[in-house]
Design a protein around this ligand. Structure first.
Ligand code: PEP
Ligand code: MN
Length: 349
């Protein structure tokens, strides 16, 4: 941090600030300018309480230099983090992976059909909520453990990795028994006890951005998972709340290069919650990959009209197949490949 003194600060005021800095176990470098003096602090000050500096006589402001997150910051790790969800689905490498499936697990027939068709289209992971965070308490809440069992059966047959949401710290063990990757939803993005429990599970975590969180808050919260010794964090942008109402949320794609600039963690995009309209999903998939996303999580339903949740934003398996074909070309244009491309090659022969 840098402590900027007011122009009228005396030598004593500066000396007092220097003493406070030393009391904090840090070193100082005093720069006396023609108009004002600044005290540059040397050392990691992120965990230090700065109030006493801000309140010291004739301190104008205290300016942080280091990002408030540490383990999530690029400075703490030179190479990009790769998160292996299973043997074929590794997020953060050269391949861009597509996780696809219904918003909710509804029945054996629905999830098996969705899984087979998503696999045939080239997806490498299956999404589907067994525990649903619903705005209205009377809406369908998901099938719970029965839904997890159906997801595991779909994995057994197709080999797709399973990504599914966990809502509470007490459910983490249960969901982790069936899932390959735990999803933390936007409504729980600052449920720090849940983030810690996911960290302790050691499972990969698809961690969605809170709908009103800044990137800095999001990366600070990701630190709760990392600090438990779990490096397997995949950030997921799913749109934020703005005044715009032509979409359900505003899908902020500039976070992709920004997250890559600030952090070593991979980032995937959810264009389904991000737009709320199936017709917008294919183009936003392409835009996400063009912007450098490490993956996509897409809602795909064999019969969107009759979906129990989020049918309006769910694309059909045929639309997924078509989208994957153009994504392959977009990925190539930005020096990436599409994960599961071998499956598509076989399917198109
Ligand atoms: C979902 O993926 O179906 C979901 C509820 O997501 P979000 O937490 O982004 O709203
Ligand atoms: Mn949904």
């Amino acid at each position: 941090m840098v402590i900027v003194m007011r122009p009228e600060a005396s030598e004593n005021d500066v000396e007092h600030v220097v003493e406070l800095v030393r009391e904090m176990g840090l070193k100082e470098h005093v720069i006396v300018g023609s108009d004002l003096t600044v005290v540059a602090v040397i050392g990691d000050d992120r965990k230090k309480e700065k109030t006493k500096l801000e309140q010291a006589p004739n301190v104008d402001r205290v300016v942080p230099i280091l990002a408030p997150y540490k383990m999530a910051a690029k400075e703490s790790k030179a190479e990009r983090t790769r998160v292996p969800i299973n043997d074929t689905c590794v997020i953060g490498g050269e391949a861009v992976h597509v996780m696809a499936g219904p918003c909710s697990v509804e029945s054996e027939e629905q999830i098996m059909d969705a899984a087979r068709r998503c696999k045939a289209a080239g997806a490498t992971a299956l999404r589907g909520g067994a525990f649903k965070p619903r705005t209205n308490p009377y809406s369908f809440q998901g099938l719970g453990e029965d839904g997890l069992k159906l997801l595991a059966a779909a994995r057994e047959e197709t080999g797709l990795a399973v990504v599914t949401e966990v809502l509470t710290p007490t459910d983490v063990d249960l969901v982790a028994r069936y899932a390959d990757c735990l999803q933390v939803g936007t409504r729980n993005a600052q449920n720090f006890k849940l983030l810690e429990a996911c960290g302790q599970s050691g499972k990969p975590v698809l961690y969605k951005r809170g709908m009103s969180m800044t990137i800095s808050e999001w990366l600070q919260a990701a630190e709760y998972i990392l600090a438990e010794g779990n490096p397997n964090v995949i950030l997921c942008e799913r749109g934020i709340r703005t005044f715009e109402d032509h979409t359900r949320n505003t899908l902020s794609l500039s976070v992709v290069p920004e997250v890559h600039y600030r952090s070593h963690l991979p980032i995937v995009i959810d264009p389904s919650q991000g737009t709320g309209h199936a017709r917008l999903v294919p183009d936003m998939c392409k835009a996400s990959v063009a912007a450098g996303a490490d993956g996509l999580i897409i809602e795909v339903h064999p019969d969107p009209e009759h979906a129990m949740t989020d049918g309006g934003q769910s694309i059909t398996p045929d639309a997924l197949t078509e989208t994957m074909q153009s994504l392959r070309r977009v990925a190539e244009a930005v020096d990436r490949v599409l994960g599961g491309s071998d499956v598509m090659d076989t399917a198109s022969v």
